[in-house]
Unconditional design. Structure first.
Lengths: 198, 135
């Protein structure tokens, strides 16, 4: 079992529509990831991962302007979040050593949501996209602190494609459809990983 | 006099404290019958508010006098409007959000039945009751 706390940065495009960059929809996010699995031998590990990340609005000028209160106390709340779950395989190069470098591959499902809450007009709009995380490529080093604990840095590049989207206004679904102009996006995570029984 | 000054100061401070809210692009769908009387538009009196977020899409159907169906599919950049009325025929329009920021924007479509004018449908910026302002 392992817990990772990190910073997740968006790259690439949410869809292939002009100007639909991932960073325009979502800010850099704080990420928490939980791994749960078992060793398949001294070097191989297979498990499931579950992650939640939280952030604010992206770099889109119009939304940023709406969300920025400029010290005027506008009552507009903006947020973004992502969820992910899947399976991961990991290979350890030196499983018995104090410093154990490793690489990993995973795949699964992912969802990202952005929302804007306009208190004065009593209007809340949110849009989520979901799809497959096609390749979750990871590398890191576990430093064995004791028999029970290991700690080390982790770098993850998660490559995915959003294939469906839903918009809700005031909690009511306004549209839900498949994305025709899909694109590959990347979430890059740099984190610190705490491993139980490394 | 002092009381009025106090009220003025308080109301201007409240504007700073609570902000002005966000401006939305709106499409108002309405229609007049051949005799010039207004036809009912439901829901929301024919008012469709365009979304703000990148990637959002809103789909709404406005019904005019139970005879015309106006399907609006809107992103924050444009609204695609499909008007269908059975024997009255159908029309499609694409309206850019930036055009809706012009308070005088108006487009109209005439629908005929048996050669006679049945409805004139209007697509306008800003909904009368919302008091929304163009961005």
């Amino acid at each position: 079992m392992a817990f990772t706390l990190g910073v997740m940065v968006p790259f690439g495009a949410a869809t292939s529509a002009p100007g639909d960059n991932l960073r325009d929809r979502y800010s850099t996010q704080m990420a928490l990831l939980v791994d749960l699995g078992a060793k398949l031998g001294p070097s191989f590990y297979l498990g499931a991962y579950l992650g939640l990340s939280l952030g604010s609005e992206g770099a889109d000028t119009r939304v940023e302007k709406a969300c920025d209160d400029d010290g005027n106390g506008n009552r507009v709340g903006c947020s973004s979040s992502t969820l992910r779950a899947g399976l991961a395989l990991r290979y350890s190069f030196a499983p018995a050593a104090r410093a154990n470098p490793w690489i990993g591959y995973g795949f699964g499902w992912t969802q990202a949501e952005q929302s804007i809450d306009d208190e004065l007009n009593n209007r809340r709009e949110s849009t989520s996209v979901s799809g497959l995380e096609l390749a979750r490529l990871a590398l890191g080093v576990d430093f064995r602190l004791s028999h029970a604990f290991g700690l080390g840095p982790e770098l993850v590049g998660a490559f995915g494609r959003y294939s469906s989207t839903t918009t809700e206004v005031d909690g009511v679904q306004s549209s839900s459809h498949d994305i025709k102009d899909t694109a590959i996006h990347t979430w890059l995570t740099l984190g610190l990983r705490l491993v139980l029984f490394p | 006099m002092k009381r009025w000054l106090f009220v003025l100061l308080l109301s201007s401070s409240a504007g700073c404290l609570w902000g002005e809210g966000l401006d939305y692009d709106e499409l108002h769908v309405s229609a007049l019958r051949a005799d010039g009387s207004p036809a009912t538009s439901v829901p929301h009196d024919g008012c469709v508010t365009l979304p703000l977020l990148l990637g959002s899409r809103i789909e709404e159907t406005v019904t005019i006098a139970s005879q015309l169906l106006v399907d609006v599919s809107a992103t924050r950049d444009r609204a695609r409007v499909r008007i269908s009325g059975g024997a009255l025929g159908s029309e499609t329009r694409t309206i850019l959000a930036r055009d809706l920021r012009n308070p005088n924007f108006s487009d109209e479509v005439a629908f005929y039945q048996d050669g006679n004018l049945a409805f004139t449908l209007y697509l306008r910026s800003n909904c009368p009751s919302s008091g929304a302002t163009a961005e």
